[in-house]
Design a protein around this ligand. Structure first.
Ligand SMILES: *Cc1c(COP(=O)(O)O)cnc(C)c1O
Length: 433
């Protein structure tokens, strides 16, 4: 008996014939949780509809970009107008200036920004710029943080602080990651020791300020304070990877939250993606003028892109940012996120299941654990079997959370009180002993 070709299973079978693993980005294959991925036919507001016509309340939002929900009328209108004017010019446009000005007006640490097409590209370019601007080779990243898949960033920790990392992917020569030092997130002693050993050779420290690729782990205030202090003292650049947190956890991004807690705090470089494209391929990196002017055509650090600043993508990003800068937008989004998280934690408590969770703005995470984990080993030690069972029960009930315990979840402006109540009710049933 062959599988019905119009079902999710049928499409997955067909996809695997022509596309490795049937997907164009690995986490979509559901390997972490098992089962058949849903093939999405369309999405509107808070909902996605799969190939079998089943509707899901969507808490992934394309992994973060869809902060307004799917198909927001102002965004669609801007995109349709831009499409009619031309798809790509390979020449500068006024809209790129408008988007750069819009982003700079929201993030005070930025004096200049360059647009690219993916978070991977933005992080890779920021890294090259940090190395070019400092004339140094070594970089520091933290275990569990994801900065896209540039070779030098696909690294896991070495056996000790004196040793550099090992590639996490085949195809990355050891020589390529020999300058990448991987440390434990939120560990102050390790970063002090790393700077004591290598301070004069470190070009930059790259960090997810709220690590969404560990589901939801905040960098502690003492940790960020220490990173800022050490980078400044040793002439290294502090790079905030805000591809996920940017314009999502607050209008001024995660750095605005740390700036409130640490007087005068600013990162040297910032990396953005996801929300700034509003669902189109668009990302950016930016910082102080003196550093950014090291980029070609002004400076010696090469960086380029055929589709960079694409006119349709920039229209989509601009329309999205103009919506989310309306007064009260993030406050309302944060309140909804908190209502949902409190409801999930309450459902777990009622069922006698250990669950811990945290949220900021429109981003949240929950773990099957007694307390919030502070680093990657602690995240991976949370109850995976329970997470996977919960994920599938919720999916069956029409609620789409991220298909892995180490991925964050996202709220959109389109989610209604009724959607949230239905989600909490489904969680109650899913968690019932
Ligand atoms: C998603 C993500 C990236 C990579 O962005 P892509 O657009 O998928 O290449 C980089 N850094 C962080 C923190 C991310 O969440």
């Amino acid at each position: 008996m062959s599988t019905d070709p119009k079902t999710n299973a049928g499409l997955f079978e067909r996809a695997q014939r022509t596309i490795p693993g049937g997907v164009n980005s690995p986490v979509r294959a559901f390997r972490a949780v098992g089962g058949t991925p849903r093939f999405i036919a369309s999405a509107r507001g808070a909902y996605m509809v799969d190939a079998e016509g089943r509707r899901y309340i969507d808490y992934i939002g394309s992994w973060g970009p869809m902060i307004l929900g799917h198909g927001h009328p102002a965004v669609l209108e801007a995109v349709q107008k831009a499409v009619a004017e031309g798809l790509s010019f390979g020449a500068p446009t006024e809209r790129e200036i408008e988007l750069a000005e819009e982003i700079l007006s929201l993030v005070p640490s930025l004096e200049q920004i360059r647009l690219v097409s993916s978070g991977t590209e933005a992080a890779m370019s920021a890294l090259r710029l940090a190395r070019g601007a400092t004339g140094r080779s070594k970089i520091v990243k933290f275990e569990g943080c994801y900065h896209g898949h540039a070779d030098a960033l696909l690294v896991k920790a070495g056996s000790g602080l004196a040793t550099f990392g090992h590639p996490t992917s085949a195809g990355v020569p050891a020589e390529v990651v020999q300058h990448t030092l991987v440390l434990e997130y939120n560990n102050l002693a390790q970063i002090e020791e790393a700077f004591a050993l290598h301070g004069r050779e470190i070009a930059c420290v790259m960090l997810e300020p709220i690590a969404g690729n560990m589901n939801f782990v905040r960098a502690s205030v003492p940790f960020v304070t220490k990173l800022r202090e050490l980078c400044s003292r040793h002439g290294a650049l502090l790079v905030f990877d805000e591809v996920m947190t940017g314009f999502r956890v607050a209008l001024g991004s995660a750095q605005s939250i740390y700036a409130k807690l640490i007087p005068g705090f600013e990162p040297d470089l910032s990396v953005f993606g996801k929300v700034i494209g509003g669902g189109m391929p668009l990302a950016a990196f930016g910082g102080k003028r003196a550093v950014m002017e090291q980029l070609a055509p002004l400076g010696p650090v090469y960086q380029a892109g055929t589709l960079s600043g694409n006119p349709v993508a920039t229209a989509c990003g601009l329309a999205t940012l103009r919506e989310i800068r309306q007064p009260g937008f993030h406050e309302a989004l944060a309140a909804k996120t908190k209502t949902l998280l409190d409801g999930l934690l309450g459902a777990a408590r009622e069922a006698g299941v250990a669950m811990a969770g945290d949220s900021e703005g429109g981003m949240f995470g929950f773990f099957f654990a007694d307390a919030l984990p502070q680093n990657y080993p602690a995240v991976m030690a949370t109850d995976k079997a329970r997470f996977n069972a919960f994920f599938h029960a919720m999916l069956e009930a029409g609620v789409y959370f991220a298909p892995a315990l180490y991925e964050a979840s996202f709220m959109s402006a389109a989610h209604s009180e009724a959607d949230i109540a239905a989600t909490i009710e489904a969680a109650r049933r899913a968690l019932k002993p």
